[in-house]
Every structure is written in C-alpha cells, then in structure tokens.
Design a protein around this ligand. Structure first.
Ligand SMILES: Nc1ncnc2c1ncn2[C@@H]1O[C@H](COP(=O)(O)OP(=O)(O)OP(=O)(O)O)[C@@H](O)[C@H]1O
Ligand SMILES: [Mg+2]
Length: 225
C-alpha cells in the first residue's frame, strides 16, 4: 500500500492586490511530502519561497487551493485552530534564529511545550533530550545572547523538535552563519532526517539545496521541472 503524504498542497494560488496591481506570488503549486522526506525548495529572490513556506507552515492561507495535513484539509481552519495544529505539527527554524535573547537555552527550548498538552513536570526532561540531540547540554543555563551563531541555531533546532512535529521547516537556516558553522548545522539536519524526521529546506542557494533527496525549483511563483 502506498504511504500517505504527511502534507499535500493542491493547486495553491496566492495573490496580492496592491492598488490596481495584482501580484501572483504562487501559481498552481502542488506538492506531496511523505514521512521521512528531505526536500528542498530553491529559487531566486522574489520567486515565492517565503510565501510558500508561510503556507506550508500554516502561517498564512492560500487565495485558492488546499493544504492537506495528515489527511485533513486545514486550509479553511480558523486561526485559533491553526495555531494549535501549527504548534504540534510543525517545527520552524529561521534564518534569524528568532530566540528570546534574555531567556536561557533551556527556557527557549521549553517555550513551545507551554502551548502543548505536555504536563509541566515533563517540560524540562523533554527540552534536555532535545538539547542533547544538538550537543548543547553544556550550555543549558546560558542566555541566547551569550551563544555563538551556530549554537543559537542549534537551540532553534532543539526548540523546533521539542513537540515532536511531523515536519521541520527551515527557511535559509544557514543564511546568518559562516560556511563552516553552516555545514555543521546542515549535518544536523541530515542526522535528523536519518532519525526519520521530515525536513523541508527553503533556500536561494543551489549547492545547499542539493543536500536534499528531492529538489524543487520555484520560479515566478511556479515549480519548474
Ligand atoms: N504581503 C505582500 N504583499 C504584496 N506582495 C507580496 C507580499 N509578500 C510577497 N509579495 C510578493 O510576492 C512575490 C514573492 O515573494 P516572496 O517573499 O515569497 O519571495 P522569496 O522567494 O521569499 O524572496 P527572497 O529570497 O527575497 O526572500 C514577490 O514578488 C513579492 O513582492
Ligand atoms: Mg523569502
């Protein structure tokens, strides 16, 4: 029996109306993502990557088309419900890390658990497990502004993993790192994928995109073959 996709986008369109001008940021985009996939979406500036990432990550809704997550059409969910699904199903890793700078490593990683059904008594243990996975057990009590860029991004990865999401979504995760630190972060994604995590990497960098098993090229809001 064929494995069902974790996430399917079906004929997604996203347009913006600015005064008299209509901008079609995404045109008829369809994709199936299966459990354990490591895919990348690559394209030039303005091609629609962030727009697509926001739709995949349930941060924005399409103008038309369907977003099917774990077999359910979530495209018409109200925001309150979407926020819940997002918190449990999707782990985000951003270019700018997006950590709370005055919170400690441990506090940053525990944050998504506060909006989950995990009992409070388990928060610290869960966060520590994730920090072990990214080799940061020695830095749990440091504030994030005391960490290096690579360490901050590893905190962000641990935070993205803590609710055991079905999908990890990374938008230019090495964009603010030097190339050596960047390749350490990429190694982490490869390891996580080997552990069975589904990973979607969004980047403008063709070489980086190639580390994925499948590369989708987006141009002017459309996938090109
Ligand atoms: N809120 C918005 N209102 C109007 N147009 C928008 C909006 N967001 C994006 N666009 C337009 O949609 C197109 C795709 O933008 P998007 O941010 O997805 O590109 P991108 O591939 O992420 O680019 P970059 O690599 O520069 O981040 C662009 O033409 C952009 O100007
Ligand atoms: Mg972008």
């Amino acid at each position: 029996m064929a494995v069902e996709p974790i996430l399917s986008l079906k004929n997604i369109n996203k347009s913006y109306q600015i005064g008299g001008q209509k901008i079609e940021a995404l045109k008829n985009v369809s994709i199936d993502i299966h459990p354990g996939d490591f895919i990348s979406i690559v394209g030039k500036s303005g091609s629609g990557k962030s727009t697509l990432m926001h739709i995949i990550g349930l941060l924005d809704t399409p103008t038309s088309g369907q977003v099917i997550l774990n077999g359910k059409d979530v495209s018409k969910y109200p925001e309150e419900h979407l926020a819940k699904v997002r918190n449990s199903e999707i782990g985000f890793v951003f270019q700018a890390f997006n950590l709370l700078s005055r919170a400690t490593t441990l506090e940053n990683v525990m944050l998504p658990l506060q909006y989950s059904n995990t009992p409070k008594k388990n928060w610290e243990r869960k966060a520590m497990e994730m920090l072990k996975l990214v080799d940061l057990q020695e830095r749990v009590n440091n504030k994030s502004n005391e960490l290096s860029g690579g360490q901050r991004q590893r905190v962000a990865i641990a935070r993205a993993l803590v609710n055991d999401p079905s999908i990890i979504l990374a938008d230019e995760p090495t964009g603010n790192l030097d190339s050596k630190t960047g390749s350490e972060i990429i190694k982490k994604f490869i390891e996580l994928n080997k552990l069975g995590k589904t990973i979607i990497l969004v980047t403008h960098d063709n070489d980086l995109a190639k580390i994925a098993d499948k590369v989708f090229v987006i141009k002017d809001g459309e996938f090109v073959k």
